[in-house]
Design a protein around this ligand. Structure first.
Ligand code: ZN
Ligand code: ZN
Length: 348
């Protein structure tokens, strides 16, 4: 079968290879892939120098996967036979209490695993088939379109998990800023609108992203400028915003975020843009400032995200490419030319 693989560190591009289709053993499940999303973190993986990540190439990329249960290992639970599913991606050790509770994203043995999940150190879904270790990683999607379902498992789930930690500050009359309205950010806007009464203020440096923000339900969408922090204060009667979701995580976005928050405000850093904050008391951070660094999301949250999508509350903006055009799709993503989420689908 065809597979989009990382074959060596530092190449900056994937390899389209022919590999043996896997056969499920033990409790494994074989999923025939209908769609696999492309993520900015795939670009980071392709660009990484040897030693920067704990993975051992070669492996197949693709950590946002939707498909159809094709075959089961002899010891697998048979209840999912024939189901269409989305794959919960951040596979952990499967034995610690975090994993037992479906919180593999915070697996206690994460540091020693050598992978971060499907397509991140282990074979992923940018292929015709993918092996999943257990049915506990599968969430049924019913009739949801595959290109809509695949990005739920990271772009939507990561956003949902980041927002879940903010519920107590995002009540009636609150305001929240979303910095970066790309694959994740446009879903964060939709999740905020669907699950909180908060006023959603979207920011980006790209004009096209503002259109996407408006279409996703943002109350306002503006280009980042030198005076954006001041304007955000004005827009909240001078007090500042209750929370900021930073999907960029760079120096400028972190500075903007901390300058915009009101006392007791919450900053959630999702993007890995290499910026850093200095914590000092007293200092420039607002009093009562709280920070979180969420990673991906939990399995129960993925089920909630799928339910939201099936109820029509989430619409993923996607651009579809055949698996054989993966390299072109990666180039567009790398150059910031992708609107919403790129999704690979099987070749016709
Ligand atoms: Zn990702
Ligand atoms: Zn674990």
């Amino acid at each position: 079968m065809r597979a989009v693989r990382l074959t060596a560190w530092g190449r900056g591009r994937p390899t389209l290879a022919d590999v043996e289709p896997p056969a499920p053993r033990g409790r494994e499940v074989l999923v025939r892939v209908e769609a696999a999303g492309l993520c900015q973190s795939d670009v980071h993986v392709l660009d990484a120098a040897a030693g920067a990540l704990p993975y051992q190439p070669p492996f197949t990329l693709g950590h946002e996967v939707a498909g159809h249960v094709e075959a089961l290992g002899p010891d697998a639970d048979r209840t999912v036979t024939g189901e269409r599913v989305v794959v919960y991606g951040p596979w952990g050790c499967g034995r610690c209490d975090r994993c037992a509770a479906g919180r593999d994203n915070y697996c206690d043995r994460r540091a020693g695993l050598g992978w971060h999940g499907i397509g991140l150190g282990l074979d992923g879904g940018m292929a015709e088939y993918v092996l999943v270790p257990s049915i506990r990683h599968l969430v049924p999607i019913g009739e949801l379109a595959a290109d809509q379902a695949a990005p739920l498992s990271d772009a939507a789930l990561t956003s949902y998990h980041a927002i879940a930690g903010l519920r107590q500050v995002l009540g009636e009359g609150s305001a929240v800023v979303v910095i970066g309205v790309g694959g994740l950010g446009h879903l964060a806007v939709q999740v905020l609108r669907a699950t909180t009464p908060s006023r959603v203020l979207a920011l980006d440096v790209r004009e096209a992203a503002l259109t996407l923000a408006h279409r996703s339900g943002a109350h306002s969408a503006t280009l980042v400028r030198a005076d954006t922090g001041r304007r955000l204060r004005e827009a909240t009667g001078g007090r500042g915003v209750d929370a900021v979701l930073d999907f960029v995580g760079g120096k400028a976005s972190l500075e903007l975020a901390t300058a915009s928050l009101r006392p007791g405000g919450e900053l959630v850093v999702v993007g890995s843009g290499g910026g850093h904050l200095t914590v000092r008391k007293p200092g420039l951070l607002p009093p009562g400032f709280r920070l979180s660094l969420p990673f991906w999301g939990t399995r129960p949250e993925l089920a909630e995200v799928v339910a939201l999508a099936r109820a029509g509350a989430l619409h993923v903006e996607t651009e579809q490419f055949p698996l054989s055009a993966a390299e072109e799709a990666f180039e567009l993503l790398r150059n910031g030319a992708m609107r919403g989420r790129a999704v690979l689908v099987p070749d016709p």
